[in-house]
Design a protein. Structure first.
Lengths: 218, 291
């Protein structure tokens, strides 16, 4: 086998790198001595094999220590872009919740069979929260738009409505608007709270409900 | 030919009306009677008094009762009819009547009043009043009950129901499956275990759920400042997810104050967690009580 005119195949290079060249090793060695390109490639493959074998020797603890960083990178990549006014606040479960969790799980005071409590192991992951935030924000926008259109209709119809209907509508709208204002303030303070945004979406939905009923009150 | 058909119809109604009259004499005199299709559409409108719908197994419409103010009218054909009380001369500010309407069970009603109370049994359709009360019972294919400020009481067997009121009390009982119910300031009470999909919401009104969630049910309760009370039997089975931003949560004798709890829902299983119950409030209290 002459290697003067032919470089080593990929399989041959791999075998050399892994020390498996066997009977062909003399010819291969001769070629590598004469061919700088193949020698460099084999040297690179040997380094890779060595590093790979070193990885295999890591114990479970060392592997586990890498996981938090990997998970952080995955979670960071998953974050949906939402227009928010301030940076994400770190979320921690406060001690009252943890205490409540312990009591709820351990004692079962009221006779409930409480199987799991996830205060220590949050059920709402960062990515789930993002999905909820996005959905709730979309709902708020849709209901806001619909409410705006219905409000314009209400102003056109107002003169034709019965006084008792007008009173009921204005009262209900005042209650809903007050709740919306309160929730908007809260969302501005804590923009990544999905429960707040869901409550805001619900309040807008109630406003749309009230305004839709106006059409029947004429 | 057409004349003989009319005579036959008139004879049939002449036989029918006394029969109906004997059965419902307490409803008052017959105002109008007409043969209708089993799936007829009926629109009703008047201001004050009351209207009661009763579904029956006959292909006819019988209206009994008394018109207090205004002129009764009935129009349309056997598949689509409209009746009500109107002011012909402009001398009646508010039309008023107390009527009981017998109609085929398969018919659909669209009723609209101002202050007249509405009740129905074994009738499907859409019921709207500004300030009157609504009470729907029996069996129906769907029910839509809307009031600006009146009370609503639902105790029907139906696959779908939607109910909305402002400051009236809203009670859902009977055996509905898919429920979308809300108030503004009125209390909302759910007293049935039949609900499989429930959207229950108020702005300021309290929500009280007194039942055992059906297996596989998904119930979502939401209020801005009302309290939410979940009154569950000891055999209940649900995954509970409770969030209160500024209020506190009481569950199993333990109270969680609103600190970090506002940011993270309290989640736990009751029984084997066979249904999903979510309760969310901004500043109300959430209570889970075993009974």
């Amino acid at each position: 086998m002459t290697h003067d005119t032919r470089h080593l195949t990929e399989a041959e290079r791999q075998m050399v790198a892994e020390g498996l060249a066997g009977d062909a090793s003399a010819d291969v060695a001769a070629h590598l001595a004469a061919c700088a390109a193949c020698a460099d490639d084999v040297a690179r493959l040997k380094r890779l094999v060595t590093e790979a074998r070193a990885l295999k020797t890591m114990d479970e603890g060392e592997v586990a220590s890498l996981w938090p960083e990997i998970r952080t990178r995955i979670d960071t990549a998953k974050v949906a872009s939402i227009a928010v006014g301030e940076a994400e606040r770190p979320r921690r479960v406060g001690w009252p919740v943890a205490a409540a969790a312990m009591l709820l799980v351990g004692v079962g005071v009221a006779g409930f069979a409480l199987r799991r409590h996830t205060a220590q192991q949050p059920v709402v992951s960062a990515s789930t929260n993002d999905v909820q935030l996005t959905a709730a924000s979309d709902s708020v926008r849709l209901y806001q738009d619909e409410a705006q259109a219905l409000l314009a209709q209400l102003e056109l119809q107002r003169a034709m409505l019965r006084p008792d209907a007008v009173r009921a509508i204005d009262h209900d709208l005042a209650v809903v608007d007050s709740a919306i204002a309160e929730l908007q303030d809260a969302v501005a303070r804590d923009p990544r709270n999905s429960a707040l945004r869901q409550l805001l979406a619900q309040s807008y939905r109630r406003k749309v409900d009230v305004l839709q009923r106006v059409g029947n009150a004429g | 030919m057409r004349g003989s058909a009319r005579i036959a119809t008139a004879l049939a109604l002449a036989l029918l009306v006394p029969a109906a009259g004997r059965a419902q004499q307490g409803d008052g005199p017959v105002v109008r009677a007409r043969r209708v299709r089993a799936d007829a559409q009926l629109k009703v409108f008047y201001d004050a008094g009351s209207v009661r719908f009763v579904g029956w197994d006959k292909d006819s419409l019988v209206i009994r009762g008394r018109v207090r103010a205004g002129q009764f009218y009935l129009g349309g054909d056997s598949s689509s009819l409209k009746f009500g009380v109107e002011d012909h001369n402009g001398g009646t500010a508010v039309t008023s009547a107390d009527l009981t309407v017998y109609l085929p069970r398969g018919a659909r009603v669209a009723a609209r009043t101002v202050s007249a109370s509405i009740s129905a049994r074994d009738v499907s359709g859409w019921f709207y009043t500004v300030s009157g009360d609504i009470a729907l019972a029996g069996t129906a294919t769907s029910l839509d009950a809307l009031s600006m400020s009146g009370a609503i009481e639902l105790s029907a067997v139906t696959p779908w129901v939607r109910a909305r009121t402002g400051d009236g009390r809203l009670v859902v009982a009977g055996a509905p499956e898919d429920v979308d119910a809300s108030t503004i300031t009125g209390p909302l009470v759910i007293a049935t275990s039949s609900v499989k999909r429930g959207q229950l919401a108020t702005v300021r009104g309290d929500i009280r759920y007194t039942a055992s969630p059906a297996r596989g049910a998904v119930l979502d309760m939401s209020t801005h400042s009302g309290a939410i009370e979940l009154n569950l039997p000891r055999t209940a089975s649900a995954r509970m997810t409770l969030s209160s931003i500024e209020g506190h949560i009481e569950a199993g004798g333990v109270t969680s104050m609103p600190t970090a709890a506002g940011n993270r829902p309290m989640t736990f299983d009751v029984g084997d967690g066979a249904s999903r119950v979510t309760a969310r409030t901004y500043k109300g209290v959430i209570r889970v009580v075993a009974r």
